[in-house]
Design a protein around this ligand. Structure first.
Ligand SMILES: CC/C=C(/N=C/c1c(COP(=O)(O)O)cnc(C)c1O)C(=O)O
Length: 388
């Protein structure tokens, strides 16, 4: 369960057995034809896969450089890429005979996708969410309630994503035999980073063929925003061996890297341990995770997926950051130039594409993972920009 020195499972002994059980079940179930057929059926007819790859002609024209293409994970059922791994996790929970599925959520997309998947397979679902995020992502809070999950408000610490993970893990530890933790990204102790990546790699498998059908060749650059790193790993995995393809992960620069208010783990973090695994962490001298910030509730996590830490060390992926302000600009630019309202998380990747495109010739191709749609962010952005 390692990616170089990163990953692993630094967890209490009573949890090791539970992790081993999940690893074994995941290994068994994913070989089974009935599981693969059921997952494929749901991805096709319930999620609506394959998601399109869309050429932003007007935006590319306005920027005067490379052609920007979007992988439309925003068009999935529930509005983001999260449904790809939530379906897998819910089917795994049913296969294991679990009585309750527990998870964290920040932007509410993982929470909605998991509540949706648990409603579908008929297992009770409990989602822990920071009070700050409950107020900010209200549309998703209402959807989770309608979908029937138990929503647990978290007020400790910064009352955002990292605290929600702490709270959800505590609940899971009470009964790891009957409960399963359905983590929301490529983070956590082994086997979670591997399992979530495997459920997400359908993104890149589709996009690699689609972009070549559209342009006749591999893209010059692919990019995705990175919170825990699941939508990014989902896109990147299929391209890792294509040396001609430049790969960029885009992190939240928040109020600026010269302030404490960001979550640019790959730029300013150092190797450490968080939530049971080794990765780059924004941490204090005692190894405690630092409080982090992003305008996007799904990106403000002080750790990062261990495979990302490995890919950074190997130099295969470049990690940059985009500030809250650049994110908002991209959010409005994409909305008003292409009629697509992105999630604030995804707008970080769009902002990076907007930055890079003018520096490249018009025959170059940038493929961006549009990880989700901005419905959840409308009230917040309208208030922020005085549009309401
Ligand atoms: C699991 C905590 C993260 C959440 N969302 C993260 C997120 C992210 C960042 O998560 P990763 O892909 O795992 O880096 C990107 N795009 C959208 C639309 C997101 O909602 C959530 O709770 O919905």
């Amino acid at each position: 369960g390692y990616f170089g020195e990163f990953g692993g499972a630094e967890i209490p002994p009573e949890l090791q057995q539970a992790m081993d059980d999940i690893s074994q079940a995941y290994h068994d179930i994913c070989q089974r034809e009935d599981f693969r057929q059921e997952l494929q059926r749901l991805l096709t007819h319930f999620v609506g896969r394959p998601s399109p790859v869309y050429h932003c002609e007007r935006l590319s024209e306005q920027l005067g450089g490379a052609q920007i293409y979007l992988k439309r994970e925003d068009l999935n059922h529930t509005g983001a890429h999260k449904i790809n791994h939530c379906l897998g996790e819910a089917l795994l929970a049913r296969f294991m005979g679990k009585k309750k599925v527990i998870a964290e959520t920040g932007a509410g997309q993982h929470g909605v996708a998991l509540a949706t998947s648990c409603a579908l397979v008929g297992i009770p679902c409990e989602i822990h969410m920071g009070q700050v995020d409950i107020e900010k992502e209200h549309p998703n809070v209402m959807r989770m309630k309608i979908l029937g999950c138990t929503l647990v408000p978290v007020t400790r610490g910064t009352a955002t994503l990292k605290d929600a993970v702490d709270s959800a893990f505590e609940e899971y530890l009470k009964n790891p035999t009957d409960y399963i933790y359905a983590i929301g990204s490529v983070v956590g102790p082994h086997p979670f980073p591997m399992m979530v990546r495997d459920f997400q790699k359908v993104i890149g498998q589709e996009a690699r063929g689609q972009i070549q059908a559209l342009t006749g060749e591999l893209p010059d650059v692919i990019m995705a925003c990175v919170g825990g790193g699941s939508n990014a790993m989902g896109l990147f995995d299929a391209f890792l061996n294509d040396d001609s393809v430049r790969i960029m992960g885009v992190e939240p620069g928040g109020k600026g890297l010269d302030t404490p208010d960001h979550a640019a783990t790959m730029t300013l973090g150092t190797p450490g341990v968080i939530h049971g695994f080794r990765c780059h962490v924004l941490q204090d001298a005692a190894g405690e995770p630092l409080p982090v910030h992003s305008i996007a509730s799904g990106l403000d996590y002080p750790g990062v997926g261990p495979q990302h830490s490995y890919l950074k060390e190997m130099g295969r992926v470049e990690y940059t950051s985009i500030t809250d302000e650049e994110c908002l600009d991209a959010f409005m630019t994409l909305s008003r130039t292409e009629g697509i309202i992105p999630a604030l998380e995804s707008a970080h990747a769009v902002a990076q594409a907007i930055k890079l495109a003018p520096t490249l010739d018009q025959d170059k191709v940038i493929l961006v993972n549009l990880s989700g749609r901005g419905d959840k962010d409308l009230d917040f952005v309208c208030r922020k920009l005085g549009l309401s």
